[in-house]
Design a protein around this ligand. Structure first.
Ligand code: SAH
Ligand code: SF4
Ligand code: F3S
Length: 454
């Protein structure tokens, strides 16, 4: 009879990954899966059958961090029933808290940070063989960025990280602390990755960075995001190029021009303003005033009138008066954003504004958030209604989350479109005639000319 050690040496193990936070975290998770496949871990979507559970965490707001600890608590209970199961925690909360996570949750096997993803296989093997918890957090990315293996979750739309970190120091934001300084990948390695993607049939790439608009300023020779987009123009099979997320100050004319001129670059700009009031922007240390932002939007719209423009907004920043908050609300009306990510200010460790005395009570922040959301929704609805009657190119992503009998996809301007159609259209570009709109999505019907012949 086999002894327990041979029983434990299974040839294939399974890994389950839960990802919180931004698209960069999603991209990192795909690299984690790639790295772990090299030591025999297959991806599973069922945590109950996994030998290794990974939580890729986000620290942007307190709520995101609380979610991490409630997940880890639940996984701890699972581990009591299956002690051989391993748990690893990575991402921004791991980077921030390091070994202290083990004080609260000693059953965690591996804690790794945002700068040493490439070490994950070694750390897992070490924890597994030595049956001990392993913690490794480093303060910077390796000098020469390693090219990491990847297992992507989509076979038609890919995340491609092009710059890591953020050199700004907004007074509310933990990202510079957990993601470090800006570091760009070279255009050559990005181009090679995207060439391979197009050969594999990918139609869409989203270039990612915590501050993607700063791409290339640290390279020698310096280039900008517009140059990179132009270098991708030659891939004819690549139909859509997007980029996320950036700081308005870095959205230089060359980037707007490239989006205008390169056919595959989508008419979509996510340009976070954060607040519509100059005193608040100054105290946030954003480095621009509302007027600068308005001129920037004007520039985008003069060049690309059909562009959709979305933003991020924070309400209830310390010391924000009711009038200052209303400036943000009024700005949404004035700019006519297609959509906005809105959030109540959350004081974060390692940030300046967390220590300020004039914090607003939670109920006040949430009241402001509710009101702002209602205005954002009205404006989005108004803009979305303009699509009714138009014929739009849609990249089909799959079944609609709300209604499985429908398909869901996105326009070039990043509007969600739901429509009836065959599942085989997933991953294809189709034309949809838009028939109705709500604040969050459009509804339409597939144009008959694109239904594939049976
Ligand atoms: N680099 C981008 C933003 C990346 S962080 C920019 O400069 O705009 C993503 C979003 O999280 C931010 O735009 C901001 O709206 C939100 N956010 C960051 N810190 C926050 C905090 N402490 N409380 C509430 N929202 C926050
Ligand atoms: Fe955070 Fe964006 Fe400011 Fe950087 S630029 S500190 S990521 S809000
Ligand atoms: Fe969150 Fe880290 Fe992204 S804090 S938003 S996962 S960079």
């Amino acid at each position: 009879m086999a002894d327990s050690s041979t029983l434990n040496e299974k040839s294939t193990r399974r890994v389950f990954v839960e990802t919180f936070g931004c698209q960069m975290n999603k991209a990192d998770s795909e690299n984690m899966l790639g790295l772990l496949s090299e030591i025999g871990y297959e991806h599973t979507l069922d945590s109950k059958e996994a030998d290794l559970l990974i939580l890729n965490t986000c620290a942007i707001r307190e709520g995101a961090e609380d979610k991490v600890f409630s997940y880890l608590g639940a996984w701890g209970k699972q581990k009591r029933k299956r002690p051989e199961m391993m748990i690893a925690v990575g991402g921004c909360v791991a980077q921030e808290k390091g070994a202290s996570i083990l004080t609260r949750m000693p059953y965690i096997d591996v804690v790794f940070g945002t700068h040493n993803l490439h070490r994950l296989p070694d750390l897992v093997l070490k924890a597994r063989s030595e049956k001990t918890s392993v913690v490794e957090i480093v303060q910077e990315l390796p000098e020469d960025l390693p090219e990491l293996p990847v297992i992507r979750q989509s076979d038609f739309s890919a995340w491609v990280s092009v710059i890591y970190g953020c050199d700004y120091n907004c007074t509310y934001c933990i990202v510079p602390y957990v993601r470090g300084r800006e570091k760009s990948r070279t255009a050559e390695v990005i181009e090679k990755e995207i060439e391979e993607l197009t050969q594999a049939g990918y139609l869409e790439v989203t270039l990612l960075g915590q501050n993607v608009t700063a791409y290339g300023h640290d390279l020698d020779p310096k280039i900008h995001l517009g140059d990179l987009i132009r270098r991708l123009e030659k891939f004819e099979k690549l139909k859509r190029i997007r980029f996320l997320t950036g700081h308005p100050r870095d959205l230089q004319d060359g980037i707007i021009d490239a989006v205008h001129e390169v056919e595959s670059a989508c008419e979509y700009f996510h340009i976070p303003i954060q607040a519509g009031n100059d005193r608040t922007l100054r105290r946030m240390a954003r480095g621009y005033q509302v007027d600068f932002y308005k001129r920037l939007i004007e520039k985008v719209r003069n060049k690309i009138p059909e562009a959709s423009i979305t933003s991020d907004l924070i309400v209830g920043f310390p010391g924000e008066t009711e009038q200052e908050f209303m400036d943000t609300v009024n700005l949404v009306e004035e700019i006519q954003f297609d959509a906005c990510n809105t959030a109540a200010y959350s004081p974060r460790p390692h940030t300046h504004s967390a220590a300020w005395a004039d914090q607003l009570p939670e109920h006040e922040k949430y009241e402001r958030l509710r009101f702002l959301n209602s205005v954002v929704g009205e404006v989005s609805h108004r803009i979305n209604r303009r699509y009714v009657g138009r014929r739009e190119e849609v990249l089909v992503e799959g079944e609609s989350q709300r209604d499985e009998t429908r398909l869901s996809g996105r326009t070039r301007t990043n509007k969600i479109v739901n429509f009836e159609g065959d599942k085989s259209l997933k991953g294809k570009l189709v034309d949809v005639e838009i028939q109705s709109a709500n604040p969050w999505a459009l509804r339409g019907s597939l144009c008959s000319s694109v239904v594939p012949a049976k």
